[in-house]
Design a protein around this ligand. Structure first.
Ligand code: BV8
Ligand code: ZN
Length: 251
């Protein structure tokens, strides 16, 4: 019977020396966090996230945009890592214990990878937990209840914004440099739970392939990279990742 996870992929993971995993909102979907494309339910259904997740939207309406981010932050607070997050922790532990390298590049701003125990995580698009002052740059993690005022204020009087990378904003330079270093050595690249359309992050798949890595997609639906990768496994990451890691490392 055709197994969902090809034996060749299991063998490639078992002997990999440098793994890079690239994740998107689909990895957090089974934790109860709406993906970016279906984030706009209920109150926000009439908005397009691409329009809200921009510096222009925040300048135009800091009340609405900061309220949207605080609502998403509070939803994240109620969510916990799922079996997909935990399988990636185990993958990292087994590879590092065998002397191999593991880097997790995430587009997600929920920090569920870190909550699950992933260690080498590069946040490409920042974090919804961290807010910073537009005037003095002071940063603070917000882990409590509702922020209370929108937009939230800094002691210096400036308004504070979510510490995420908006459309039109550059990704953090240090993160891009670290990602590029990891991609340079990568022999196995995973794209998991992402529509693989947002640049420049989605370009990492092409970079990995160009540099000779074998490439894998684990996703619920087909994407623009499904025909490009060596192995495309359709399904839920919370189900596929535990099975893959189990078979590769004979837990
Ligand atoms: C920049 C943080 C330039 C905020 C986000 C070419 C080159 C460079 C830039 C561009 C370019 N072309 C266009 C651009 C501009 C733009 C862009 O890419 N636009 C897109 C729409 C084409 N890029 C940018 O603006 C970037 N900055 O380029 O700066 C620059 C240069 C010089 C000087 C100044 C500036 C910045 C982009 C970052 C935007 N911030 N997030 C926030 O969260 O609010 S993007 C956000 O959406 C996510 O972070 C993620 O990156 C992106 C896509 O979301 P996904 O994670 O993929 O989620 P999605 O819902 O789309 O898909 C979920 C998938 O999961 C689905 O496929 C589904 O099938 C699957 N799934 C669902 N459930 C499961 C599952 N899979 C498995 N298991 C399940 N259970
Ligand atoms: Zn300030």
């Amino acid at each position: 019977m055709e197994r969902r996870i090809p034996d060749g992929l299991v063998a490639a993971l078992a002997r990999a020396k440098c793994v890079v995993v690239f994740t998107g909102a689909g990895v957090s979907a089974e934790s109860g966090i709406p993906t970016f494309r279906d984030a706009m339910s209920g109150l926000w259904a009439r908005f397009d996230p691409m329009q809200l997740a921009t510096p222009e939207a925040f300048m135009r309406d800091p009340v609405m945009v900061s309220r949207w981010y605080d609502e998403r932050r509070l939803n994240c607070a109620a969510c916990t890592p799922n079996p997909g997050h935990r399988a990636l922790v185990l993958m990292e532990e087994r590879l590092v214990a065998a002397g191999s390298e593991f880097t997790l590049l995430t587009q997600n701003v929920d920090r569920l990878h870190q909550a699950a125990g992933s260690r080498n995580v590069l946040e490409l698009h920042g974090s919804i937990w961290e807010w910073r002052c537009c005037a003095c740059g002071a940063r603070r993690e917000e882990r409590g209840g509702p922020l209370g005022e929108y937009p939230p204020r800094c002691a210096c009087g400036g308004i504070r914004r979510p510490g995420v990378v908006w459309f039109g904003e550059q990704l953090p330079g240090a993160v891009c440099a670290a990602a590029d270093r990891a991609l340079g050595e990568c022999d196995l690249f995973f794209s998991i739970g992402t529509s693989a359309v947002v640049q420049p992050a989605a370009g990492f798949i092409h970079t990995a392939k160009k540099r000779g890595a074998r490439t894998v997609e684990i996703n619920r639906d087909p994407t623009p990279v499904s025909d490009l990768v060596d192995w495309s496994v359709m399904g839920k990451s919370g189900e596929i990742l535990p099975e893959l890691v189990d078979r590769a490392f004979k837990n």
